[in-house]
Ligand binder design. Structure first.
Ligand code: SF4
Ligand code: SF4
Length: 669
């Protein structure tokens, strides 16, 4: 009786404190903005099952993934031991033995996973101190935290085995526990007292562990499942699709994010959920080339700020030095924010579905629209966008130059030209597609050749295609990613108007940035378009035999994945299959497909200088050159510029060419 009273006191105090902690943490989420994440429930459930329960993202790295999977599932099964021990605290002889064969299976799994978890804990502890991978090299406090947690997990297992071994030795039923029986074989007798010691130790470690969790990075044990469930659910999953700002809403006084209150509750939950595993940092092109940006720190700084501001706001404290600070500048510097290429490698690797990019862009929005604080180079870019409707200093009428050049070239060769100006037709209804050339496709001298090559392929295949010519404007991608949402929306609205005027439904573009924006972001502005990237379109024309390569390009080619085509839109095969149809000998770089390394130009970085560390394009070019390929194939105007510059800088322009997939396929016809 005394045991039950003592246990009850400890148990209810510990549980009460745990509920109090969780309630506080949840109340801090309320300081942020609301956001609806309750749509697409069946798909969310499916992804949660795969990512949180089957841990598919962790398994991208085999060893660490398997270790974590063992600990995770071990814990799920072991919850029954904890439950049994807790009930036993009130009813001393309680066991789940009445479950019959189910109990035998449960106890077997508990023994099996218990041993596995114990081995994993020992291995993980060694890994923390000997031959520690770079991403796990953390500061002293984080190391102590990780060690403490691992020791606690180890103690939970040791005490569990202690209990079952003693039960076997004193002749009590324990179900089917081969590991415990094996250990029991080393002892001649057991005692109730020793069992009691193990039982109390087990219970106390579990309750201590439970209450430590919310205050450590291991809070993810509790929050990773809901965080995965509420992750971004734009298609293609986990699409990073920027949310528009409603500039007509006069109640909005802060554009972008200055402090944690301007973030959404989901951004704050991301902060709680970060396991500090460092996977995001280990793939970040900015961090790997020596920039200040560390995606893990972006998330943990959001958490740190939330933990400081949350209690003050929740308790309605109006004056405190903490409240005089802001997330931007005091915790996260503009240099960190401007270094991001929005390549999405961090989001791709994060095992608990944290979105680093949206807060980064939101903080850029504050810098640009509220503080007018941005790198000097952007003055020119924003001015060009305002005056020329493109980031470059060319007038809108020059958008037609490539069309005139193409017409001349085709006329010289005596070939038919299927290109039509949509404005002349008055509607896109009779066209197969509208070809969106994009600003680079129209103005960049090198990329104009890609635009014309793709147009030639369309001519070859007899596709009836139209162009908007000087009525096409920048899609808004660079301005949006650079935080100038206001400017971006002026283009978006004008383009939407034009596209609606001509009833445009099907668009093909050679620019992944235009594609992503038109396909996945324009629907927030009132138009749903069927948008295809030119490599997908070429691949289909090849498969339909509308394009038939006649000569094989017998050359070693390596293909560089554009982040906005690959990670953002999952297009990995079409460019590769098109290249293979052209007969090339395709070789992969060390980092390719969804592990591909950025060229350094995304997120508007195309227009910014790199002042710190190594240039991202040089890092990628070196990797491409290592393959020994004579051609680096690209499918994006920005990638082409960055890699061409890289090859030039490495003084390899005479030996190695950078070409677009469309150019290579055209050569093969
Ligand atoms: S999006 Fe790319 S550059 Fe930006 S933080 Fe993530 S990994 Fe780094
Ligand atoms: S954000 Fe994700 S990948 Fe990065 S450290 Fe945190 S949990 Fe790991």
């Amino acid at each position: 009786m005394l045991r039950a009273i003592l246990f009850g006191l400890i148990f209810f105090s510990a549980t009460g404190f745990f509920i109090y902690s969780i309630k506080n943490f949840l109340s801090y989420l309320k300081i942020a903005k609301p956001e609806n994440r309750f749509y697409e429930i069946p798909k969310r459930l499916k992804n949660t099952f795969e990512i949180a329960f089957l841990q598919t993202k962790l398994l991208r790295s085999k060893l660490a993934g398997i270790l974590h999977l063992c600990i995770y599932w071990g814990f799920v099964v072991l919850l029954f031991v904890v439950l049994e021990s807790i009930i036993e605290g009130f009813f001393p002889d309680f066991t789940f033995a009445f479950l019959g064969p189910v109990y035998s299976i449960l106890t077997f799994l508990q023994d099996f996973f218990g041993a596995l978890v114990l081995v994993t804990v020992i291995f993980s502890l060694i890994r923390r101190y000997v031959g520690t991978p770079k991403r796990l090299q953390v500061d002293k406090a984080a190391k102590i935290d990780a060690t403490f947690i691992l020791v606690m997990i180890g103690l939970v297992m040791i005490t569990m085995f202690g209990m079952s071994v003693e039960k076997i030795l004193i002749g009590q039923s324990v179900g089917y526990r081969p590991v415990s029986a094996f250990i029991a074989g080393f002892f001649s007798s057991g005692s109730h007292t020793v069992y009691e010691i193990f039982w109390w130790a087990h219970i106390l470690v579990v309750l201590l562990f439970m209450n430590y969790l919310p205050y450590s990075k291991h809070f993810h044990v509790l929050s990773s499942v809901p965080n995965t469930f509420f992750s971004n659910y734009e298609i293609p999953y986990p699409g990073i699709v920027l949310k528009p700002i409603n500039f007509e809403d006069e109640s909005i006084v802060q554009y972008g994010v200055k402090d944690v209150e301007d973030l959404t509750w989901k951004n704050l939950l991301d902060g709680y959920t970060c396991t500090e595993c460092g996977r995001c940092t280990s793939v970040c092109p900015a961090n790997l080339t020596g920039k200040l940006l560390d995606p893990k720190l972006i998330v943990t700084k959001i958490r740190k700020r939330t933990m400081e501001v949350g209690p003050l706001v929740a308790n309605k404290v109006e004056s405190d030095p903490v409240l005089d600070k802001n997330l931007v500048h005091d915790y996260i510097t503009p240099q960190e924010l401007w270094a991001c290429t929005t390549c999405m490698a961090c989001v791709q690797e994060c095992p608990v579905m944290i979105d680093h990019i949206t807060p980064i862009i939101d903080m850029r929005r504050d810098l640009v629209m509220m503080e007018s604080e941005f790198p000097n180079e952007l003055n020119t870019v924003f001015r060009n966008l305002e005056n020329n409707e493109s980031p470059w200093a060319f007038g809108a009428e020059q958008r037609n130059d490539w069309i005139d050049e193409l017409s001349e070239e085709l006329a010289k060769e005596g070939k038919e030209n299927h290109l039509r100006k949509v404005s002349n037709l008055g509607t896109a209804d009779d066209l197969d597609i509208v070809f969106w050339s994009g600003c680079a496709g129209a103005f960049d001298k090198r990329y104009r050749n890609v635009t014309k090559s793709f147009a030639q392929l369309l001519n070859h295949a007899g596709v009836k295609y139209g162009v908007l010519g000087s009525e096409e404007k920048c899609t808004g991608d660079p301005a949006r990613r650079l935080g100038n949402e206001f400017l971006a929306q002026t283009f978006i609205q004008q383009n939407v108007e034009t596209l609606k005027k001509y009833n445009v439904k099907k668009v093909v573009t050679a620019c992944p940035h235009c594609m992503h924006t038109l396909k996945n972001e324009y629907n927030k502005f009132g138009i749903d378009l069927d948008v295809t990237h030119h490599t997908e379109y070429i691949d289909n024309l090849l498969k339909e035999k509308k394009l038939q390569p006649k000569k094989e390009i017998k050359e070693k080619v390596t293909y560089h994945d554009s982040c906005y085509l690959g990670r953002y839109n999952h297009i990995y095969n079409s460019p590769r299959e098109s290249l293979e149809s052209a007969g090339v000998d395709l070789v992969e770089m060390a980092r390719s497909k969804d592990k591909g390394f950025c060229c350094g130009a995304g997120g508007g970085r195309m227009f910014l200088e790199e002042h710190e560390g190594k240039r991202v394009n040089i890092e990628r070019t070196e990797e491409a050159l290592k393959t020994g390929a004579k051609t680096i194939a690209t499918a994006c105007p920005f990638c082409m510029t960055m890699l061409t510059d890289g090859v030039k800088e490495k003084e390899k322009s005479d030996e190695v060419k950078v070409k677009d997939v469309a150019e290579i396929v055209l050569e093969s016809l």
